[in-house]
Design a protein around this ligand. Structure first.
Ligand SMILES: [Zn+2]
Length: 594
């Protein structure tokens, strides 16, 4: 974002080289039954100016952690500025910046309405009795000035409604933080919802859930028990609990498919489909988001330190921030006992399968590309592939030191040497720490092949060092042999021509596929259901295929074939050496003694 002149002569003459200094910055958020009915929240900003120089105020284009440009300014309406009760002149200097012209020194008030209708953990979403908002959506910042300004937030809402946020309370429904980065890193729940808390690692952990009753008392008890199990091993990695109170802000809604979490320094926001509540995968999501309180919110790539809010901040190191976090979510589960060793190997196996189905893509490239959301399936590859890189590094460090050091030591050392010294970490910081913790071993070749390069991971060489190996399971899978292309309206039969399989009899190229074997293709789980239903069918079984051709729906029948697929699976190696068994135990239990 620039502060270039719009070309108005009288403005450019007066435009200051340095933005006007704002003091006493205060934000008001107004949300009540009336604004809920319009699915809007009202945001106000009050501050004092010295002199009449114009002030440029900007709204972030993204929420850190959600690596995507969202342009929150598009949700703004009825922008207004006033001084002493009289409207001020304003215009826009770019798509998300407003320039306000004070008449004189003194207090200025800005007000706008914001559409709170997107169910997304980076955004704002309202119901008749509820609001989720992120500070990146509502809190303007003075452009070109330092982010190191203290700010208070007051929420005005219905008397019976609750307010929960990670911000520091300093008065009735009033909260303060010392700088803008912290201010916009602490989302809010406002309205009618459930909230309770327990102590974990001698600090309070709150669970706020909307709608009321979406998580039963028994499920809450189970969540707290599981959180206690997974958070303690994470605290052990860093030797530090970086929050005083940690808050999980959770929404359950039928419009959501699966679950999605977004991390913050002392909270995270989860949006879940109803079937996620009580499912084992939810613990994995919590473990991932909580680990981010260290890895990315504090231990952060220098490319994203400090955050800037007006443009993307790509980094080649996102696989460390996300993939290694995923690895530690799995480790926290096995170390805390929410899964056993077999369950841990299954989590690794799933990641290996997931990566094997995608085009060979370098971790560094996948890290950079996430901002443009590649459509070849690799958009989020850096999660599973980065997690597996973490496993390989962990094993190699333990092997090089006879299990006296580990990836845990790398994470702790880097946290101390960079975050504790007030800076982000570089690739050089990462690899020199990995090498040091591995007795000086070089990782240049590993980096060139598997991080910067696209070679498949050397499972056969590395897994045995930790008493593990890849076994192959032959699986019989039903196939219908239909080649398709997909666009935003659905799946269409296509003829791949010479070299491709023929279009099955009864179908024609261009037919729109609606359902296979009775399962609608609009159901994201149709393939699992289809495989389950036909797993034990015999070769040649007829399967109904619902199609649309020339605007009319019809059903044709095609014959099922079976292929035998070999799926790799991580298992323990019964012939492992005593050193390899020590390394395996070290991984599973989070210990490094020989
Ligand atoms: Zn994450």
């Amino acid at each position: 974002m620039s502060i270039a002149s719009t070309g108005l002569a009288q403005v450019s003459a007066a435009a200051p080289a340095i933005p006007a200094r704002l003091t006493d910055i205060h934000y008001d958020v107004i949300f009540n039954a009336a604004s809920a009915a319009r699915r809007q929240v009202i945001a106000e900003m009050r501050f004092s100016v010295e002199g009449d120089a114009p002030v440029i105020l900007s709204l972030p284009s993204w929420t850190p952690g959600s690596y995507s440009i969202s342009n929150f300014a598009r949700n703004v309406s009825n922008f207004a500025a006033e001084q002493a009760g009289t409207g001020l002149r304003w215009d826009k200097t770019d798509h998300d910046s407003w320039r306000v012209f004070p008449r004189s020194s003194g207090p200025v008030r800005i007000r706008f309405e914001y559409k709170a209708d997107s169910l997304d953990n980076e955004g704002s979403w309202s119901r008749s009795d509820f609001l989720l908002f992120n500070g990146t959506n509502l809190f303007l910042y003075p452009e070109g000035a330092s982010f190191d300004f203290p700010a208070t937030v007051t929420v005005t809402t219905e008397a019976a409604w609750k307010v929960v946020t990670g911000m520091t309370p300093t008065g009735p429904r009033t909260y303060t933080e010392g700088n803008y980065h912290d201010l916009v890193d602490m989302p809010f729940f406002v309205g009618s919802f459930d909230v309770d808390s327990v102590q974990i690692a001698s600090r309070w952990l709150r669970l706020a859930t909307y709608p009321s009753g979406s998580v039963s008392a028994a499920e809450r008890a189970a969540v707290f028990e599981a959180l206690n199990r997974v958070v303690i091993p994470q605290v052990r990695v860093f030797g530090d609990v970086p929050w005083t109170t940690y808050t999980i802000l959770q929404i359950v809604d039928t419009a959501q498919a699966g679950g999605s979490g977004l991390e913050h320094q002392n909270s995270h926001v989860d949006i879940l489909s109803p079937d996620m509540v009580g499912a084992p995968v939810l613990i994995s999501l919590y473990a991932h988001e909580v680990f981010h309180a260290w890895n990315v919110k504090r231990l952060r790539p220098a490319d994203m330190t400090p955050y800037r809010y007006d443009q993307p901040q790509p980094t080649t190191l996102l696989w460390i921030s996300e993939g290694i976090t995923d690895y530690y979510a799995d480790l926290a589960q096995v170390r805390g006992g929410t899964v056993d060793a077999r369950g841990f190997y299954e989590l690794l196996t799933e990641k290996i399968s997931e990566v094997s189905l995608l085009p060979p893509t370098a971790l560094e490239d996948a890290s950079l590309s996430t901002w443009v959301h590649p459509r070849d399936g690799t958009e989020y590859l850096y999660y599973p592939k980065g997690a597996l890189a973490g496993l390989l590094l962990d094993i190699m460090i333990r092997d090089a030191t006879d299990n006296r050091s580990s990836l845990d030591n790398v994470m702790r050392a880097l946290y101390q040497s960079t975050y504790r010294n007030g800076r982000g970490f570089t690739a050089e910081d990462w690899w020199s720490t990995v090498s040091r913790e591995a007795n000086g071993r070089s990782f240049d070749d590993f980096y060139a092949r598997y991080i910067d390069g696209r070679e498949p991971y050397p499972w056969d060489r590395i897994l045995p060092l930790a008493g593990l190996r890849l076994a192959g399971d032959a699986v019989r899978e039903p196939r219908v042999g239909i080649s398709t292309v997909q666009d935003s309206s659905g799946f269409y039969v296509t003829d791949l021509g010479a070299g491709g399989p023929p279009v099955p009899a009864g179908l024609e190229s261009g037919d729109r596929l609606l359902a296979l074997g009775g399962f609608s293709l609009r159901d994201p789980t149709w393939l699992e259901k289809f495989r389950a239903r036909y797993a034990r069918a015999s070769e040649g079984t007829e399967v109904p295929v619902r199609i649309q051709r020339d605007g009319r729906e019809q059903t044709v029948r095609i014959r099922l074939r079976f292929v035998t697929q070999v799926d790799p699976r991580v298992v323990e190696d019964p012939r492992a050496s005593s050193k390899a068994r020590r390394i395996r135990e070290g991984l599973l239990r989070g210990v490094t003694r020989p």
